[in-house]
Design a protein around this ligand. Structure first.
Ligand code: ADP
Ligand code: MG
Length: 567
């Protein structure tokens, strides 16, 4: 090996390695899933790159993953003939974590094993998971299409630094050798490895093979020395999961596939698998994760589906097929309607993309509607993604009604911070004569709940939605009606309780207003230009006074956002 250099892991990697090794001990078999998953991704990438450059296969177009072990040496090797990496790739990919949200993630760690294991799970451990079972890892890799002497060897004990050196390798692709820790030697076993491959990687289209050595026997049943023949056996199912008929796929297979596609550790909440034939021809498999990823609110966070054209992988994170407010949906789209050399630029212009997008949007919303039948599961969804879905009522006019049906709120009905009340439930509880859906937006739940604006509503037993998410004012500026009922902000404009008030009450109010004209005048003079108008109100039952915004004025929350943005 030449041109050897020793480099330090990025601090984040060191932290991740420490944590992973300590907290994922009881789940350490997942290292194999992660390495196979990477091998499969690498094969997908090579097939894609080879679409317009066959030579990249270097005469070996049968993409595959091979797993070998050596019980005596205590090693497990995972090898692929995928795209491979050059020196720069190796340093960038196996020395740093280039994901957005990494710092946040690390900040959330508590040092408590179980909690941290869960968090790491969400974050995804990927390549570094090899160090859960190995005290030494060697990677030999060469990028497809480069010269034999452009290969690289990466080596590390997972303790803060790694070395990279130039080597020769006649095959392209990547080979990872794990030198198992004393207490992890059990993995250097045929049976164990086979089971793990079936458990975690059945759904991967690339064949995962293991060697099988057979020895011929003589007439007396004794092994004939030197007669060993090794054949490679495919261990996994090796068909793309989404291609198989739904009826033949078990829940566990759907879940395992999700983990590969979404690079997530936790099971998804639900999924929807559909084959469409006719004008458009595509298969989609969409998932709702059970956890928000760390980059959900990052501008450059990963989103979108994994795109295949006629089973050939084209790209990750194809974001053109789902609207922004459904960016938490993960999955696969495989279509015949696009050409194999489609690019991100082409996707932006192709009208077929828009058609598939609206079809997938509908699928995703239907999937959520179905999920909503299970209160507990839907609550998990809502707690994680509710505020993202809310963006949809402004973004997607065509589906506004559908989205409105999926919203959940805190209301005065429960006075709980848990947002679990639907608009349909609100409407059902509306008072006789009540025409509007009332809401209040404040900067915190308590501010909303304790607002003096609610006094009259509480007195009359009229329910009010309590809103305090960042997006709520935006939401309410787009959500104009539900089930034919308009929304009304209790803190704005004239208070109109519709027919809930009777004539007598109205009369009494008018009389009070008259009797208090003098007081109003004095207050008005005292406040001067600080206010637009002073009025007698029947909004309040306990508080003496409150500030009300004119009907069409920008709300408090929106103002604060504008101010923060320097406007
Ligand atoms: P992820 O798969 O989520 O991107 P990993 O930690 O598993 O994260 O891998 C990091 C990166 O290292 C991959 O994105 C890929 O670029 C590179 N990589 C890992 N394994 C391989 C491999 N077998 N062949 C080519 N590249 C690989
Ligand atoms: Mg990976």
């Amino acid at each position: 090996a030449t041109h050897e250099e020793t480099l330090g892991f990025q601090t984040e990697v060191k932290q991740l390695l420490n944590l992973m090794i300590n907290s994922l001990y009881s789940n350490r078999e997942i290292f194999l899933r992660e390495l196979i998953s990477n091998g499969a991704d690498a094969c997908d990438k090579l097939r894609y790159a080879a679409l317009d450059n066959d030579a990249l296969y270097e005469g070996d177009s049968e993409l595959r993953i091979e797993i070998e072990h050596d019980t005596e040496a205590g090693t497990v090797t995972v090898r692929d003939n995928g795209i491979g990496m050059d020196r720069d790739d190796v340093i960038a990919n196996l020395g740093t974590i280039a994901r957005s949200g990494t710092a946040e993630f690390l900040n959330q760690l508590s040092g408590e094993q179980q909690k941290d294991a869960k968090l790491i799970g969400q974050f995804g451990v990927g390549f570094y998971s090899g160090f859960i079972v190995a005290d030494e890892v060697t990677v030999r890799t060469r990028k497809a299409g480069t010269a034999a002497d452009a290969a690289v060897e990466w080596h590390s004990k997972g303790e803060g630094e790694f070395t990279v050196a130039d080597i020769e390798r006649d095959k392209h692709g990547t080979e990872i050798v794990l030198h198992l820790k004393e207490d992890a030697k059990e993995f250097a076993d045929d049976f164990r490895l086979q089971n793990l491959v079936r458990k975690y990687s059945d759904h991967i289209e690339v064949p995962v093979r293991m060697p099988k050595t057979e020895t011929a026997k003589d007439d007396e049943g004794n092994e004939i020395e030197g007669s060993e023949v090794t054949t490679w056996e495919t261990v996994n199912e090796a068909t793309a999961l989404w291609v198989r008929p739904k009826s033949e796929i078990s829940d566990d297979e759907y879940k395992a596939f999700y983990k590969h596609v979404a690079h997530d550790f936790t099971d998804p909440l639900t999924w929807s698998h559909n084959k469409v034939e006719g004008k458009l021809e595509y298969t989609s498999l969409l998932y709702v994760p059970s956890r928000a990823p760390f980059d959900l609110y990052e501008r450059d966070g990963s989103r979108g589906v994994k795109l295949y054209v006629q089973r050939v992988f084209i790209m990750d994170d194809a974001e053109q097929f789902l609207p922004l407010y459904l960016r938490f949906i993960k999955g696969v789209l495989d279509t015949r309607d696009l050409s194999l050399n489609v690019s991100r630029e082409i996707l932006q212009q192709d009208p077929k993309v828009d058609k598939i997008k609206s079809a997938l949007t509908k699928r995703a919303l239907d999937m959520l509607k179905k999920l909503a039948k299970d209160n507990e599961q839907y609550q998990t969804f809502w707690n994680n993604f509710g505020s993202v879905l809310k963006e949809g009522s402004g973004e997607d006019v065509a589906n506004r009604e559908k989205i409105a049906g999926l919203l959940r709120f805190s209301t005065t009905h429960t006075d709980s911070t848990t947002q679990d009340q639907s608009l349909a439930e609100y409407v059902e509880r509306m008072k006789e004569g009540q025409q509007k859906i009332y809401y209040i937006v404040a900067e915190s739940f308590n501010a909303a709940k304790n607002s003096p604006h609610l006094e009259i509503f509480r007195k009359k037993g009229i329910e009010v939605l309590l809103l305090n998410d960042r997006v709520d004012e935006w939401l309410m500026s787009h959500l104009t009606e539900f089930d034919g009922k308009a929304f009304a902000d209790v803190a704005k404009g004239e208070l109109d309780l519709g027919d809930v008030e009777d004539e007598e009450e109205k009369k009494a109010q008018e009389e009070t207003a008259k009797a208090k004209e003098d007081l109003v005048k004095r207050v008005q003079e005292a406040l001067g230009d600080g206010v637009q108008e002073v009025k007698v109100t029947h909004r309040l039952t306990d508080s003496p006074a409150c500030v009300v915004l004119p009907e069409h004025e920008m709300g408090f929350q929106m103002r604060r956002i504008m101010e923060a943005a320097g406007q």
